[in-house]
Design a protein around this ligand. Structure first.
Ligand SMILES: Nc1ncnc2c1ncn2[C@@H]1O[C@H](COP(=O)(O)OP(=O)(O)OP(=O)(O)O)[C@@H](O)[C@H]1O
Length: 311
């Protein structure tokens, strides 16, 4: 479990993290979202004792990171996969970490196997592809068999198969009862992987919620209605007369806004139209997130393709 209370980080007069309070619970994958510069990395660095809070607290399993007796055995992290010493072999890198954290050597081969790097164990870390480097970073995070995992952009550089692999891995770690906290800019991936969401903007908490609930609450509330082709036009007229906004869906059928699905069903029954499909449609996480963070995006490319500060 990770608990942040009024966590704040200031760099000079810049407040990177602003009174953040949240709890990341065990047994779930929690996604950490926010636009560039929102304060995600700074928050993760404070959880891991790499940055000191200006005020507030953050604990892992009720203790500050620097008070943990064997940190790597309690918290595994992946912050920057490139921070590996390039001259060492993959196995040597992990053996060094194991030695300095009193982790049995046998764990090294176990994690190499788990992340699919056994065959390149004797290769120099420097020669690894971006995706393999990312797997090595994940191996290091798993080395101490920790209860808590903190991963900053873990799917960076991974191909489709790698992304699917990490999705399954993170879910299985959560099912084992571990706390899994990850950031990613890939919304579709986050939607598939995370059970809960913490969204920040300009260092402040925007949402701390269950993923499904977040999507259902913030969706636009449209319904896909399909009938036989011969009835489609009549159905459209009925829906519009009842106050709905009706658009043709790309895959056929009508996309209806402004009338709840139950009312659409009753309307069809009343007018003896056989409905072939009646599906409530949810917005994607990306659509909702983009709307929510639009006002809290710190930097955006201007028309001259330079970066400008949004006041
Ligand atoms: N060492 C530092 N000194 C000064 N400012 C910093 C420092 N580290 C981060 N910041 C500032 O704090 C803010 C939050 O940065 P942070 O890297 O935590 O954001 P982020 O959400 O991780 O962004 P990204 O998605 O781009 O990685 C930014 O405005 C950044 O410029």
């Amino acid at each position: 479990m990770i608990e942040a209370r009024e966590l704040t980080k200031r760099y000079g007069d810049k407040t990177a993290v602003d009174r953040l309070t949240f709890t990341v619970r065990p047994g779930l994958v929690t996604g950490f979202l926010g636009p560039n510069g929102a304060g995600k990395s700074t928050t993760m660095r404070m959880i891991l004792g790499l940055d000191a809070p200006s005020s507030g607290t953050v604990t892992v399993n009720k203790r500050r990171y620097d008070r943990l007796a064997a940190p790597l055995r309690e918290v595994g992290s992946l912050l920057d996969a490139k921070s590996v010493h390039g001259g060492r072999s993959v196995r040597q890198h992990l053996l060094g970490l194991a030695r300095s954290n009193a982790i049995p050597r046998s764990q090294v081969d176990a994690v190499l196997d788990r992340v699919g790097l056994s065959e390149v164990a004797n290769q120099r870390a420097k020669g690894l592809s971006l995706g393999m480097g990312q797997r090595l970073g994940i191996a290091a995070a798993l080395l101490g068999d920790p209860e808590v995992l903190i991963l900053d952009e873990p799917v960076n550089g991974l191909d489709t198969e790698g992304i699917r692999w990490i999705r399954a891995l993170l879910k299985s770690l959560a099912v084992q009862g571990r706390t899994v906290f990850l950031s990613s800019h890939l919304m579709s991936e986050m939607e598939l992987t995370a059970d809960r969401l913490i969204v920040i903007g300009r260092g402040r908490l925007l949402a701390d919620t269950d993923m499904r609930e977040f999507i259902e609450t913030h969706s636009q509330g449209t319904t896909l209605v399909r009938t036989a082709d011969s009835e489609a036009e009549r159905m459209r007229q009925l829906l519009e007369r009842a106050g709905g906004t009706v658009r043709l869906d790309a895959r056929g059928g009508w996309r209806v806004a402004g009338i709840p699905p139950a009312t659409i069903g009753e309307l069809a029954r009343e007018h003896h139209v056989a409905v072939h499909e009646l599906t409530p449609l949810f917005s994607s996480l990306e659509e909702i997130y983009t709307t929510m963070t639009r006002t809290s995006v710190e930097y955006r490319g201007s028309t001259q393709d330079t970066k400008e500060l949004i006041p």
